[in-house]
Design a protein around this ligand. Structure first.
Ligand code: BGC
Length: 454
């Protein structure tokens, strides 16, 4: 069995030219630990994919190598539940973290790994990216042996199966369901506004105005394309289920280019006015920390944010409040983290892979993991007993939305459109959020960007 290379020499550029070499742990680099080097995510992804290699660990007998982007405090705590579960079954965990919320950098690293003939055992992946990998001959594995034995077909909702299966074959194990149309509010800051949790757009504006008057940043936000797009998901949904369906899923040019879309961009501009000056490039978990510490009033973010509040020992209802983005109660924009399994070689490696898939899908694990992660189980038969109030609400909302035609794939998180269309929407939303053009121009740009990407 090959072992991981634990340390690598990493070249540091010197002012007068040339390089010095610094000894460092590759996993520190891949987890985003080398801030002073100002690595951008793409550089990090490329370096990490080259560095981890020597292992051939994907095929090592008793271990699984897993590529993921769970590097924040709350995410790491959830991941530890999975590592612990596997280790209790004698399966070792070889970690390949690639920092970068939303997973774009992780997907770049994954492509480099697979292209160089060194696929990991499994990779965290979202929606349409899974469909893309499934098309590539011989790339992904086959989980049918365990899926059929354990009856996954009967307990995983079809909205998820649509991504986990390709031509009747299970290729991925869905570990959770997140939803993106949440608002996380600091309870003291809300109480100080004298108001209740807002239910409508108008009420939310009043609460944010009051927070501003109280001297805090109303909206904690990180200016990264995927975070801007997460706000956009919620804003579009708040203008109606039919509108979300037509614009984000059907890409109907009338919806993309109409008056409602102009209103959506106007709302985005209004939200931008409640963000602090230093928002550009801020990681999502640092925005969560602003709310946790009371420096900001609220964050509009998927329920992975709850993992950060829990990690900071905060309690729903006491320290923070979770509500659906005003105007979206009853509807849910979802994404699901799935572990796509690659075609590993050798019977022992395959056995470890199936063992990981089986662990991920066990009801007990799904409860333990999702309680920490902030998400809800990907199976419908897991009791809500161990979940806190926000988790119970998440499960009930999901079931209600599913039953009433209010459940939609999240555009921001890869469940509404293939990567090219998602990227086109990101570009327009971010350019508008950063004031590069007004709402009327944004609407026009959106129509042409989506048409060009299709
Ligand atoms: C993933 C979450 C993750 C979040 C922030 C989302 O796309 O589904 O699991 O916590 O990105 O990184």
């Amino acid at each position: 069995m090959t072992t991981l290379v634990l340390e690598q020499y990493w070249p540091l550029p010197l002012k007068g030219g040339g390089f010095i070499f610094k000894l460092m742990h590759w996993s520190n680099l891949c987890a985003g630990g080398v801030k002073e080097m100002k690595l951008n995510n793409l550089m990090r992804a490329a370096v990490c994919s080259a560095m981890v290699v020597s292992a051939g660990s994907a095929n090592a007998a008793d271990q699984v190598e897993v590529l993921h982007w769970w590097t924040s405090g709350g995410e790491a705590a959830a991941l530890n539940v999975l590592k612990g579960d596997l280790e209790s079954k004698g399966v070792k965990w070889a970690d390949m973290p690639v920092a970068g919320g939303g997973g774009d950098a992780a997907m770049t690293a994954l492509r480099a790994r697979v292209t160089s003939g060194n696929a990991p055992t499994a990779a965290q992946m979202l929606g349409f990216d899974i469909k893309d990998w499934a098309q590539i001959d011989g790339a992904v594995g086959d989980l049918n042996a365990v899926a059929n034995k354990e009856g996954w077909d009967k307990v995983v909702p079809t909205a998820l199966q649509d991504f986990s299966k390709h031509n009747g074959k299970w290729i991925a194990a869905p570990v959770n369901v997140h939803s993106t149309n949440w608002v996380w509010i600091n309870k003291k800051a809300l109480d100080a506004t004298g108001g209740k949790a807002p239910k409508t757009w108008g009420e939310m504006i009043k609460v944010m105005d009051a927070m501003k008057a109280n001297g805090i940043t109303p909206l904690a936000h990180g200016g990264q394309a995927w975070q801007d797009a997460t706000l956009f998901d919620a804003v579009v949904l708040s203008l109606g289920n039919d509108f979300y369906q037509a614009a984000m899923i059907d890409h109907d040019p009338k919806a993309l280019g109409g008056a409602k879309m102009k209103e959506a961009f106007d709302r985005m501009a209004k939200l931008r006015s409640y963000v602090d000056d230093n928002f550009s490039g801020r990681d999502w978990n640092l925005a969560s920390a602003m709310v946790i510490e009371g420096k900001a009033g609220m964050q509009m973010m998927g329920d992975w944010a709850k993992g950060e509040f829990l990690k900071a020992n905060q309690k729903p209802g006491e320290d923070f409040v979770c509500i659906r983005f005003p105007g979206t109660q009853g509807s849910v924009t979802f994404n699901s983290d799935q572990f796509v399994m690659f075609d590993v070689k050798g019977s022992s490696a395959k056995k470890s892979q199936l063992s990981m898939a089986s662990s991920v899908m066990s009801p007990k694990f799904q409860s333990a993991f999702n309680v920490v992660k902030g998400s809800v189980p990907s199976r419908t038969d897991v009791p809500n007993t161990d979940f806190d109030a926000c988790g119970k609400k998440g499960m009930a909302d999901l079931a209600q939305a599913g039953a009433n035609g209010g459940l939609f794939g999240s555009m921001a998180h890869g469940h509404a459109a293939p990567a090219a269309v998602k990227g086109a929407v990101y570009d327009v939303v971010t350019a508008h959020f950063n004031g590069q053009y007004n709402s009327a121009k944004a609407v026009k740009e959106l129509v042409s960007a989506v048409a060009a990407a299709k």
